[in-house]
Unconditional design. Structure first.
Length: 127
């Protein structure tokens, strides 16, 4: 999977018959990833994430883009979801970006939205 353009990271469990894939949606679609897996003799399909799932993370703000409603975060491991990396996230409430500046440490909560995750809650960690 990680050899496919746009795939950032993939965790595959043959025992559980599951895979968790982090990818850049501007480079590859879920349908392309499924076709690639099916093309090498395995079966793949999308598993919808329950909408009530939440993942918690902490990291440093790298960039804020109010026009896009996004924040780029250099975050640590988000247990059960992804390893440490720098990633841009859409925020559910664009007002949460008001006053946010690069270099600040934040705690955030991710929730599933389709095949990606958005920041549902964001709090600046005071030094």
């Amino acid at each position: 999977m990680e050899r496919l353009d746009g795939v950032v990271h993939a965790d595959v469990s043959f025992e559980d018959k599951t895979a968790t894939v982090q990818y850049d949606p501007s480079q590859v679609t879920p349908e392309q990833m499924i076709a690639a897996v099916n093309g090498i003799g395995f079966r793949a399909s999308l598993q919808k994430s329950p909408t009530d799932m939440r993942y918690h993370g902490q990291g440093t703000v790298v960039a804020v883009d109010p026009k896009k409603g996004t924040v780029t975060v250099d975050h640590g491991e988000i247990k059960g979801l992804m390893p440490p990396m720098v990633m841009e996230f859409v925020v559910d409430t664009p007002e949460a970006l008001n006053g946010l500046t690069p270099g600040e440490t934040i705690r955030f909560t991710l929730r599933p939205r389709g095949v990606t995750f958005t920041i549902a809650e964001l709090t600046v960690v005071k030094p």
